[in-house]
Design a protein around this ligand. Structure first.
Ligand code: THU
Length: 158
């Protein structure tokens, strides 16, 4: 028997200015996408932006429903939109930002388990890492692949 340790390496930034031009553009797209949130129940507005291998950015925002489970998170809205309309493009990065009480959350909103599993699937489908950028107004976290926010990913039936 032995005890094992799992380490996750990620970057933390204090502001958008510290990001590369490409990442700043994606983070800003996620922040802008918050506008499309429909959250009459939680009042928690989330925006997501997916960068495709073509360089194009596709956005999504959370969409709630009176039958609660029928609603969908921002991340899956963005990824399913990208998957449905640009099936041949890899999703190379995904950014998420959230807002509550009219203010962008200071600390990054971290994706739910179902969204992480969907990210994992698109990453496996393209065979290339999908970066994850979690954007808060005071801290921004960057993970270089989905595995870092979903250790022990379920990605095969073998
Ligand atoms: N939500 C997202 O859209 N993404 C997340 O990463 C966390 C949660 C949404 C779902 C629901 O509309 C609201 O935020 C409150 O959970």
């Amino acid at each position: 028997m032995k005890s094992l340790e799992l380490k996750i390496n990620y970057m933390e930034y204090d502001s958008l200015d510290e990001l590369s031009t490409e990442d700043r553009e994606l983070a800003q797209a996620a922040l802008d996408a918050i506008r499309g949130a429909y959250s009459p129940y939680s009042h928690f507005n989330v925006g997501a932006a997916v960068r495709l291998s073509t360089g194009e950015i596709v956005i999504g925002a959370n969409q709630e429903n009176i039958a609660f489970p029928s609603g969908l998170c921002a991340e899956r809205t963005a990824m399913f939109h990208a998957g449905a309309t640009r099936p041949d493009a890899a999703m190379s990065a995904l950014a998420v930002a959230a807002e509550q009480d009219g203010k962008v959350c200071a600390f990054p909103a971290t994706p739910c388990g179902a969204c992480r599993q969907v990210m994992a699937q698109y990453q496996a489908r393209s065979g290339k890492p999908m970066e994850v950028l979690l954007v808060g107004s005071e801290k921004i976290w960057k993970f270089s692949r989905v595995d870092d926010i979903l250790p022990f990913i379920f990605d095969s039936l073998k």
